[in-house]
Design a protein around this ligand. Sequence first.
Ligand code: GLU
Ligand code: ZN
Length: 295
Amino acid sequence: MHKPAYIGRFAPTPSGYLHFGSLVAALASYLDARSVGGRWLLRMEDLDPPREVPGAQAAILQTLERYGLHWDGELVRQSDRHGEYEALVQRLFDQGLAYACTCSRKQLEGCGGIYPGHCRNAGHACHDAAIRLRVPELTYRFTDRVQGEYSQHLGREVGDFVIRRRDGLYAYQLAVVLDDAWQGINSVVRGADLLDSTPRQLYLQELLGLSQPRYLHVPLIIQPDGHKLGKSYRSPPLPGDQATPLLIRALRALGQPAPDELVDTSVEELLQWSARHWDASLIPRTRNLAESQLR
Ligand code: GLU
Ligand code: ZN
């Protein structure tokens, strides 16, 4: 069977609705795939039920449809993949690559977010404990297609990180690496808020013998009040009846030429035109873009 050369994806978290910043990321990954005849998959990253907004999953799917961002194949939900995550956590624990951590939040105060390694050699049982992955004292680097060289020393800048929380929830870093590989993703296009997660993901890929996708991190959109349009900020859903003007705005945020005449086209035509003219090298090389600077 013919295997497409490019497989990309969009992986929203249903802790909120899609906002303009997520539209920019979704559109970039969609066009990057479609411009080369690639596949574009959709994965719902519903790992954290307590933080899920009721109705957000359905609203996200409906918004993507209304904005013409049709995905290939079946939607994958991370909530259906707990068995795989658990098997991996157990394997890493059994191999001594991960360990149980019983530190309380209070004990970790003042560590600046970098785990100081208290439980590294404590030999705690994994019951009622967080599971942390040991990180090597090494720098992981990659060349982002837009942001350029990025490197991070995992030991000094990140520390041993949680792969399963004490309450049993699996961490994004673990799930994203496993699922990108399982879905055959070879091009990741996402928001620049995840640039500093990438070295952790490179380490996990290396540890598990998985191939490394290419990465492209698009600028994050900053609201006039300084809020980042990221996953932690609750913004209103994208209006269903303004797909064309908002897609044009998103195209311009991505540095793509978008002639005014596009306003009169259908969403489908607009996306086809955009895929034909897509040029990732025009994306602004910045991690943040103020929404007020956009036309
Ligand atoms: N689920 C993540 C988010 O909504 C994106 C994960 C990814 O693209 O790697 O921010
Ligand atoms: Zn600990």
